[in-house]
Structures are given as C-alpha cells and as structure tokens.
Write a protein that binds this ligand. Structure first.
Ligand code: UD1
Length: 345
C-alpha cells in the first residue's frame, strides 16, 4: 500500500538524507525542502542510488513563509512533516545568536502555522540531549530535568520544545513527536551518503576521519582530567541509520496509531556511554587506521558525561539502536574514503 507524502525540511543534510532513504524504503513519498546552506544538491543523487527513487526537491528557506505556502500549494497531499532544518553548530551559535534564533524558531513557527490550514496530521521535531545539560544522573530518561541551556543553539531546542507543547495544548488539529538525539555518527553502509561538514569539523567523528585520511595533522582530545574512568568525556554515540529508522517508526505511530498522544517525547540513544578515548580506540581497531591525537585542555561548554535511556522508544516505538559501534566506525571511514575517491575531500 502506498503511504502518505512527507515533507522533510533539511532533507539533504546529514540526518535528513538518511531519514529520506528510510522513509522511501517504508513506502512514503517524500518532498524535501532545503536551502542548501549546509549541504549540496548532489545528496539527492546519493539518495537515488540507494533507493532507486529520487525524492522531490524544493530549494528554499523555511524561514520564508511565502516559499512554504507555495510548497503546500504545489503538494496539497502532505500528511506529515519531519523538521530537520536548523543551524546546529554550538560555537557559531554563541557568536551569532540571532541567526540561530531566527533560523531555528522561525522555521518551526512557520511550519506549525501552516500545518492546520493544509491538513497536515503531525510533525516530528529534531531535538537534542543538549536539553538535559550536565545531568545529575546517567542514563537520562525523558523525565530527567531540563537544565538551563549553555548555548543559543541549545536554547533554540528547549524553546522549540516549549513552542510545540504550547501549540499542541492550544488544541491544534495535529500531533507531534519530539525526538531527543544523543550523538549521531557514521554513514549509510553503501557510503553513498554521510556527514559532510563545512570547513574544519567541530564534531568528533568527522575530525577523526579527516585526521585518519591526512587532511588534519592530529586530533585534539579536549581534556583527560574529567572524573570519568579514563578522564575523557563520555557520550552516547548512535548510528545514523538506526536513528533514521526511529523517525519512520515515529511517523507511522503519529499518523496511524489512535493511541498516539498529541505530543510524545523520546530519547534516541543506545543506552551505552562511550568515552572519547574509547571511541578513538574502536575506530582504530575497526578500521586498522591510526588516528594521531594529543590531549589538550577542556573545551568550554562541554558536558562531562551524558548517555540516554532509550527504553521508552524501545517499548513504545518498537525500535532499538543495535548497530555495533565498530560497524558504525567502519561506515564513517568508508564514507571518508568515498569523499577522497570523488575528489571532494
Ligand atoms: C554537541 C551538542 C549537541 C549537538 C552536537 C551537534 C552540547 C552539549 N552538545 O554535541 O547538542 O547536537 O554538538 O553539533 O551542546 N571532541 C574532541 N575533539 C574534537 C571534537 C570533539 O575531543 O575535535 C570531544 C568533545 O570534547 C566531546 C566529544 O568529543 O567530549 C563529542 O563532541 P561533539 O562531537 O562536538 O559533540 P557534543 O559536544 O557532544
């Protein structure tokens, strides 16, 4: 049976592109809107090579409400939205807060505003474990306290969750699922799509793969004096394809299951905390490639340790992140090698 049409904002980005592949595999038809500010149009070729289907694509900015109105006029059958379109660099958000508040909040408000009049039944929102700040207890559950945001980026995620909650409580004729991601890593096993950061990577995995291939001289590990077993920070690294699949489960439930609440929140993580140094070791042993690194001082604003309890998503969505970390590391490396092969990096 053919499923509904889904609008994926930010669908040529890292998590968006992997999710488009999984939505299409599940039978949904997809239209992507992306302003290509942090991705490029060739991602559509990668999606098509994996799926055999090229998603529809509109190049426009979601902060432009008229562009969104045109899109809904062209695609009157959109039943669900997944909102990935957002700026996401923590450091940049401290320097350019208005850019972050404008992009992330106006995009969300425009979408929420247009959903009712256009008959859209639900929206899945990309949130982050950043809303938990430095947790008092790990793993964090969905009930763990929300801490004051440490960056404008983090604050946009908290405010977005509040905006969605208020809109749903006001009696909006649609539902919402908020997904709090831990640290998404890796690439599609085909190496046709993956993460492609602009400039010098701020995140750990692209820095590791770029160092391993020789683009960067060495990785700086930010701190080995944290009160953790090996002194480095601990995160919950989740495979991006596992993460993408959770979006399909969330969409299915939101659109089809009468038991779905008007608003639901899920942690998307593995349940395992892995330290930065353990991750480097896993990468090296999985790929046989050395990552030169040095220990430097702590990075301002870093959380010491955070990992998630995914049991709510396991139970209600029937979803589990089960790709072994070594496989995920090999997929990240295969993607880096593919970028080199194509002369991109
Ligand atoms: C951060 C945000 C998260 C956001 C994500 C995507 C917080 C608390 N977390 O995650 O919400 O979704 O970025 O941009 O705001 N590291 C190094 N060397 C490097 C890079 C990173 O040692 O060159 C370490 C960091 O100190 C950290 C770990 O690796 O301990 C992970 O860092 P990163 O990949 O940047 O993600 P987060 O900071 O966890």
């Amino acid at each position: 049976m053919k499923k509904e049409r889904i609008l994926v904002t930010g669908g040529t980005g890292y998590i968006g592109s992997h999710t488009v592949v999984e939505l299409q595999a599940a039978g949904y038809s997809v239209v992507i809107i992306d302003n290509l500010s942090n991705s490029n149009v060739e991602v559509l070729d990668g999606i098509e090579r994996i799926s055999g289907i090229r998603p529809d694509f509109v190049q426009a900015d979601c902060t432009d409400i008229n562009a969104l109105k045109d899109l809904f006029a062209k695609y009157p059958d959109i039943k669900g939205i997944i909102n990935f379109a957002a700026s996401k660099a923590v450091g940049e958000s401290v320097e350019k807060p208005i850019l972050y508040y404008r992009n992330n909040l106006n995009t969300l408000m425009n979408l929420l505003d247009l959903m009712g009049p256009n008959g859209v039944k639900g929206i899945v929102f990309s949130s982050s474990c950043t809303v938990y700040g430095e947790p008092d207890v790990n793993p964090v559950t969905e009930q763990s306290p929300i801490k004051t945001a440490t960056s404008p980026y983090g604050n946009t995620k908290q405010i977005s969750e509040e905006i969605i909650t208020d809109v749903i409580r006001s009696g909006a004729p649609f539902k919402s699922v908020i997904l709090r991601y831990f640290n998404p890593v890796g690439a599609h096993p085909s190496a046709e799509i993956g993460e492609l950061p602009n400039g010098v990577p701020q995140n750990l995995i692209p820095y590791i793969t770029q160092t391993a291939i020789g683009i960067r001289k060495e990785l700086s590990v930010f701190g080995d004096d944290y009160p953790t077993p090996d002194g480095s920070c601990i995160r919950d690294f989740i495979n991006v394809v596992d993460l993408a699949k959770a979006h399909v489960k969330a969409m299915d439930r939101m659109l089809e299951d009468p038991e779905a609440e008007p608003i639901e929140i899920y942690n998307l993580g593995t349940g395992n905390g892995v330290s930065v140094l353990e991750l480097i070791n896993t990468f090296e042993s999985a790929t046989g490639v050395k990552v030169p690194y040095k220990i430097v001082g702590r990075r301002t604003g870093d959380i010491e340790k955070v990992w998630g309890d995914p049991s709510h998503a396991n139970k209600v969505l029937g979803w589990k992140a089960d790709t072994p970390l070594a496989d995920t590391m090999r997929s990240a490396w295969a993607w880096q090698c593919k970028l080199r092969e194509r002369g991109i990096m």
